[in-house]
Design a protein around this ligand. Structure first.
Ligand SMILES: *Cc1c(COP(=O)(O)O)cnc(C)c1O
Length: 397
């Protein structure tokens, strides 16, 4: 068999670290002060740094970016049976945490140009039971926050930004996560800022802050006694090892974000004239994209009918760090189709078999192709090699 060389010769590392991270963690280990609270102040130090980075008054860290959504929902005062509007083209946590809060996820479709939640679809889905909107800044591109905040204001709803893809990205000069009532981030391994696991919420609201802080720390309140518990929280705290890792990684985030954004703009240019390949559109208020995912819309009719899954396999074989994305919109997941809500108080009228979001369905089945964020940290030449790889797959199809 003929051995052919991959078009993209480099492999892309993630996470990126050096002895700074190793030393920071080692120092905490040596100190014996691993936990928080009462052992040290490194978690608070990271929270202050992250809040300042986002331009928010407060940040509260927690064990992951699902629990952060949970803290935000409960603090927003949702009651059993309340409705929460979410997109269906996102990770399961955006909707499963709504179930865990005894609320009803209401799925509304995404915009075909950005794959972000459509404000018109949000507006159409509002009922007297609606309490919260959770826009997801998908792939690191800002949702239409002016429109979403305006809808929320007119209908007296809370907005929780799911910014799990959006560390360091901006909308009209403001950091994503710092625009709604609460912004929620994940530090899971694949995310643009990571400590292996972790999450955080940011807010400017004193009451939301106090409640999320309490829920994160087994319902304790500031100034209360160790064994006095006021709210139905849990131990969702992170360790000091995670905190110093995050502080060190945060110092790299700004530069990495600028590189990804510049590479995304360059790759947009390179792909401009390839028929059947359309990058998601920019220009809807994002002043900085952080390309957790660089997403192209694939049209197989220009690739001799090659299916999306085959296209992605061939592109990966050429060395492009890419993925086909979610196989189904969330409402098609067995959890929702089978209404397997266990102990959670989801009303009987809820029926996900009738939900249909055509844009999200097409994005999953035929269209959406993801290039992953660590690939977007490459050089200009790497972006050129991604474009060449696409052209090669096209020629061979
Ligand atoms: C990763 C992710 C989460 C959840 O984060 P975890 O830290 O894995 O719990 C939530 N929302 C979106 C959109 C995500 O991609």
């Amino acid at each position: 068999m003929e051995i052919t060389e991959k078009t993209v010769k480099k492999s892309f590392a993630w996470p990126i670290f050096d002895e700074t991270e190793v030393e920071a963690v080692a120092e905490v280990v040596r100190s014996g002060k691993w936990g928080n609270p009462d052992c040290g102040d490194l978690v608070e130090a990271f929270e202050k740094e992250f809040a300042a980075y986002c331009g928010s008054k407060y940040a509260i860290s927690c064990v992951n970016g699902s629990v952060s959504l949970r803290l935000a929902l409960i603090a927003c005062g949702v009651k059993p049976g309340d409705e929460v509007i979410v997109p269906p083209y996102t990770f399961i946590a955006t909707a499963s945490t709504v179930i865990e809060a005894n609320c009803v996820p209401v799925f509304v479709d995404i915009d075909p140009e950005t794959y972000n939640i459509s404000p018109a679809a949000i507006e159409a889905a509002i009922t007297p039971r609606t309490k919260v909107i959770i826009p997801v800044h998908f792939g690191g591109q800002a949702c239409d926050m002016d429109a979403i905040m305006d809808i929320a204001k007119r209908h007296n709803l809370r907005v929780i930004e799911d910014a799990a893809h959006a560390h360091g990205a901006e909308y009209k000069g403001k950091k994503l996560g710092a625009i709604g009532d609460v912004g929620s981030f994940s530090f899971q391994s694949s995310k643009n800022l990571t400590a292996g696991e972790g999450g955080i919420v940011v807010t400017d609201d004193d009451e939301l802050y106090a409640m999320m802080h309490s829920l994160r720390n087994v319902g304790r309140i500031e100034g209360g006694q160790w064994y006095d518990h006021y709210n139905p929280g849990c131990n969702y705290r992170i360790t000091q090892m995670q905190a110093v890792l995050l502080s060190a990684q945060l110092k790299r985030l700004e530069q990495q974000t600028l590189v990804r954004d510049a590479n995304g703009l360059y790759l947009n240019q390179l792909l401009e004239n390839i028929e059947g390949i359309t990058p998601l559109k920019r220009g809807f208020g994002e002043t900085r994209h952080c390309y957790h995912l660089y997403i192209i819309k694939y049209d197989k009719t220009h690739f001799n009918g090659l299916s999306k899954v085959e296209f992605v396999e061939r592109l990966a074989a050429e060395g492009v760090p890419c993925f086909r994305g979610y196989p189904h919109p969330l409402y098609k997941q067995p959890l929702f189709q089978n209404k397997n809500f266990m102990c959670y108080a989801i009303p009987d009228y809820v029926d996900y078999s009738q939900v249909h979001c055509p844009v999200a369905e097409y994005a999953c089945s035929d269209e959406g192709v993801w290039i992953l964020q660590h690939g977007m940290l490459g050089t200009k030449e790497d972006m050129e090699s991604f474009a060449e790889a696409i052209l090669k797959v096209k020629r061979e199809a």
